[in-house]
Design a protein around this ligand. Structure first.
Ligand SMILES: Nc1nc2c(ncn2[C@@H]2O[C@H](COP(=O)(O)OP(=O)(O)OP(=O)(O)O)[C@@H](O)[C@H]2O)c(=O)[nH]1
Length: 403
């Protein structure tokens, strides 16, 4: 049964349960970590800190047919068939769902240009940090599914990469394909715009997905970052969007400060159809923990490095060993496109990579609620952003590593 398969794929412990969350930026750290010192040699001299090591790897070709390729892959589901969601009583009880007659459930696509606050809004609705948030555009690369459950409903949100006009790389076009499939599957659509920017039409953004649907999908336009402009300005912009866009409603919010987020939730709930939960109620995302570990490292790269560097980086979790009586052992590789970028990531005498590894490890430990040993390798993989086969392998084709 298709749904059964989907639910099995997301069953814990592979996917993210509610008790885990990214730590909020600047959150106080827990107790100091145990020492897991391990020295690594490098051309520029090894630097290691407790529980963290980095390895500088000479430029090397990644073996396409290596162990990585043979690991089980988890297909991110597009949307389970609603009819199949009629689980029998036993399955339902096992999944923690209720067969309440007024139960609502459905899929919501959250769209918008880069940096408008989509991830911030989804993290607020889900009540947990699932998507990384930085002040740089296009930090979200994957379609991330966030699940918000209460006894009476289940809202499934797709965080999509910011819609971009000019596709520079194969990576951009694969990201856009994911945006389109998210819209195509949605029961309703939330379009986020930045209140500080000059209003502009959103037709182009919607036409690919919603325009192709036989029945019109409800769309709300969210005017985000209202904290940044004067009330008079908000009123003018609301009027403009009501007049010049074909949306059902326009709602001003400030996602960062949680202001108006309940209005968006209410709007979504008013549009969702009746139906049972698609996922167990204690699950916050279909992605496995290792996916979020990679995202934490990627967030730290965005926060630490400038200009093109974060965009040229791909982060892969190459090994993740849970060890009940010791620190979890995690190996991460950062791929860059050029030797010069690798030098920047490493920094003088490896100082920059050490800072990155420490910041990443602290957040990973907060996230996993346990001590980890983190090893980071930096490799050069020329033109990875243009290589479809590699991009699929890195999860941009809708499949991610399951374990
Ligand atoms: N002042 C203010 N800043 C906000 C608000 N919402 C988000 N931001 C900031 O805007 C920046 C971008 O937020 P994200 O949530 O990453 O935006 P996004 O649309 O997901 O970005 P992409 O990954 O590029 O698609 C971050 O620095 C947020 O802190 C808001 O309501 N008010």
């Amino acid at each position: 049964m298709e749904l059964g398969l989907a639910l099995r794929l997301v069953a814990p412990p592979a996917c993210l349960s509610r008790r885990r969350a990214f730590p909020p930026p600047g959150a106080p750290r827990g107790s100091s970590f145990l020492s897991g010192r391990r020295e690594c040699s490098s051309r520029s001299g090894a630097v290691a800190s407790g529980g963290v090591s980095y390895a500088v790897v000479e430029q090397e070709e990644v073996d396409e047919g290596d162990e990585e390729m043979s690991r089980p892959r988890l297909e991110l589901i597009e949307k389970p068939d609603r009819n199949l969601a009629l689980l029998d009583e036993y399955e339902s009880e096992e999944l923690g769902t209720s067969l309440c007659a007024n139960h609502k459930s459905g899929y919501v696509a959250v769209l918008g240009k880069p940096n408008v606050g989509k991830s911030t809004l989804i993290n607020q609705i889900v009540g947990q940090k699932l998507s990384i948030v930085t002040d740089k555009p296009q930090t979200t690369r994957h379609r991330i599914l966030g699940i918000c459950s209460e006894p009476e409903y289940q809202i499934i949100l797709y965080d999509t990469p910011g819609v971009i006009k000019k596709e520079m790389h194969k990576l951009d076009s694969m990201m856009m394909k994911n945006v389109q499939s998210a819209i195509g599957n949605a029961d309703c659509v939330v379009v986020v715009v930045d209140a500080c920017k000059v209003p502009e039409k959103i037709d182009e953004m919607l036409e690919e997905g919603v325009g192709n649907k036989e029945t019109k999908v409800p769309v709300v336009l969210v005017l985000n970052k209202k904290d940044m402009i004067k009330p008079g300005e908000i009123a003018k912009k609301l009027e403009w969007y009501q007049k010049f866009t074909d949306v059902d409603d326009v709602i001003p919010i400030s996602a960062k400060f949680g202001n108006g987020v309940d209005d968006i939730k209410e709007w979504i709930l008013s549009k969702l159809p009746l139906g049972p939960a698609y996922y167990p109620k204690d699950i916050a995302s279909e992605h496995p923990e290792r996916f979020f570990v990679g995202e934490i490292v990627r967030e730290k790269i965005f926060l630490q490095y400038r200009q093109e560097i974060p965009y040229a980086c791909q982060v892969n979790v190459t090994s993740y060993k849970s060890r009940p009586s010791a620190k979890d052992f995690i190996q991460v590789e950062i791929l860059v496109e050029r030797e010069s970028q690798r030098s920047i990531i490493l920094g003088k005498e490896g100082k920059a990579i050490k800072t990155l590894a420490t910041a990443s490890r602290l957040d990973i430990e907060d996230f996993l609620q346990k001590k980890v040993y983190l090893e980071i390798d930096v490799k050069v993989k020329e033109n990875w952003r243009q290589d479809e086969r590699l991009l699929k392998r890195y999860g941009y084709g809708g499949e991610i590593q399951a374990l």
